[in-house]
Structures are given as structure tokens and as C-alpha cells.
Design a protein around this ligand. Structure first.
Ligand code: ZN
Length: 289
């Protein structure tokens, strides 16, 4: 079995400092979080940008450049930039940073996320029966094709974000149109409101639906990453941890840092007898050129 690739999603677009004061917002904080998680064993960092003052989700090329420069001055972690962005962003906002960053070889991300379909997306306060976030993540066909074509042109490997079963076939459609190149890399995102939930059967179904030569990773919202994660480790998949998906390190205990979550994932994997990949080992496994 290949070594485990740990991706650290350091900040995301939705979690806030009200939930956990340790979530990085500024470029310096985001970059230092990435460097810390690299030291802890992560080989990929998944980046979003935030307005430094407010923490509001942005998709800002200038902020990405600042973050990537600091990361690159310290380490060789694989950089994966979001094109999911955050609620309410346009296609142009979400995708525009990719060609802009790819134009400069020192800032070019090796990977970018590509959401493989539309879905209801939200945050629910069950007690109040209120949707705090009531959104649709819009990714119609034309957009999917445009995102995949742009990444192909820029030489950026898509990480195919799979939130629901039908999205596996959407990826196949893009492949059949020549917009994706094998081997594919999937991120199975389980547990968002509106998508597949973090259950063993769902993960097994997605794993079995993946193309034979592909690689995959599990992202499970909340502490599910640590309960379902061992199944992904055992099945030859990879793991994503970090403040984008989870603010706790254990039930009732807030995480101190992204690195602490990476350390926990690494510890579990090593205990299970599976080694953890360095960035260069991950580059080979993911077939990054
Ligand atoms: Zn993200």
C-alpha cells in the first residue's frame, strides 16, 4: 500500500473564530499554519483566503500570492487552491485565481479543488429549526467543463470534490470530453448538509466507484474524520484534516492548531502500520508533473 497523504485544509470559508479562536485568517497566520502542518506530517495544504480583519471568505489573488510566498520560503508542501471559494461567489471569482497564480512558476499551485456538481449547502440550527446558511453550491455543466479545461490548460491537477453519488459520473463525463486526464484524484467530502453523510457504506460505495488507477482521500465533517478516517487508511485512501472541516480535536475539546489535527491523523496511521508520505512522495503518488 502507498504511504498516506495527509492534506491540511487550514482555514476554509465557513468556520469562524467564534467557534474556535485558533482559526487562521491573515496571510501570515494561514501561511504559518501550513508550515506548521508540514512539520507535523502534512504533504498537501488546501488553501482559501479570508479578509484579514473580518475573516470573511474571499477569493483574492493578492492574498494567495502573499500566503504562497511565505510557504515557499520555508517548505515544499504541495499547494492546493480552492475553486469552491465561499457562498455567493461568482464563477469568475472562484476560478480566476488559477490562471493568475499559474502564470508565475514560483506561485503556481500544483493542485486545485474542482467541485463536481451542484448541491444544497447549508448550516442548520436544529433547536431553532433555522438554516443559518441556506445556499445552493452552483456548478452546472458548462461551469464544470470550464473549470476542468482551465486547470488542464494551466497544468494544475484537479482534486475532484465528490459530495454526492452522482458526482462520480459527472467526473466521468468530464473525462470523456478530454477535460480531465487520468489518473484522477478524488476527495470524498462526507457530512455537509445536502451531501452524502459520513457512513461506512457511503465511503465503500465511493471507493468502489473510483476509476482503477485513481487516488482518493476522505474529508469528513467534524470529528467524523477521526472515526471514519481509519477505514480510509485501511482501504488505501488518504485523509484531509483541518479547521475548514472541524474545530475540535476530541469531543468537547477545541483544537489548538491545524498541526495538532495533522499529528493526530499521522499517529493513527502509524499505529495502524501505514507510513505517511512526504511532499515529494505524495507528488509521485498523485502523479504530479
Ligand atoms: Zn476548501
Amino acid at each position: 500500500m502507498e504511504k498516506l497523504i495527509i492534506t491540511n485544509a487550514v482555514t476554509g470559508s465557513l468556520t469562524t473564530r467564534e467557534q474556535n479562536p485558533n482559526i487562521p485568517y491573515t496571510p501570515e497566520e494561514i501561511a504559518q499554519a501550513a508550515i506548521g502542518s508540514w512539520k507535523a506530517g502534512a504533504s498537501v495544504v488546501h488553501l482559501h483566503t479570508r479578509e484579514p480583519e473580518t475573516g470573511k471568505a474571499t477569493q483574492d489573488a493578492a492574498l494567495y500570492k502573499e500566503i504562497i510566498k511565505i510557504i515557499r520560503s520555508e517548505c515544499d508542501i504541495i499547494i492546493n487552491v480552492t475553486t469552491g471559494g465561499g457562498p455567493g461567489m461568482s464563477l469568475e471569482q472562484r476560478l480566476g485565481v488559477i490562471p493568475e497564480l499559474a502564470a508565475d512558476p514560483s506561485l503556481k499551485p500544483e493542485m486545485a479543488s474542482l467541485n463536481c456538481g451542484s448541491l444544497n449547502f447549508g448550516i442548520l440550527n436544529r433547536k431553532k429549526r433555522q438554516f443559518i446558511l441556506d445556499d445552493v453550491q452552483m456548478n452546472p455543466w458548462g461551469h464544470l467543463l470550464k473549470f476542468a479545461d482551465t486547470m488542464l490548460e494551466c497544468g494544475v491537477k484537479p482534486e475532484l470534490e465528490i459530495y454526492d453519488a452522482g458526482m462520480m459520473n459527472n467526473a466521468q463525463v468530464l473525462l470523456s470530453l478530454g477535460a480531465l486526464k487520468e489518473p484522477l484524484h478524488y476527495q470524498f467530502v462526507l457530512g455537509v448538509l445536502g451531501g452524502m453523510q459520513p457512513e461506512v457504506n457511503n465511503l465503500v460505495f465511493l471507493k468502489d466507484s473510483a476509476l482503477p488507477a485513481s487516488t482518493w482521500s476522505l474529508c469528513a465533517i467534524g470529528l467524523n474524520i477521526f472515526t471514519l478516517g481509519p477505514l480510509a487508511i485501511a482501504a488505501g485512501g488518504n485523509l484531509r484534516v483541518g479547521f475548514e472541516d472541524c474545530t475540535y480535536i476530541a469531543p468537547g475539546v477545541l483544537a489548538e492548531s491545524n498541526a495538532q489535527m495533522v499529528e493526530k491523523a499521522k499517529r493513527i496511521s502509524l499505529e495502524m502500520g501505514r507510513e505517511v508520505a512526504t511532499p515529494d512522495e505524495a507528488r509521485k503518488i498523485l502523479n504530479l508533473s
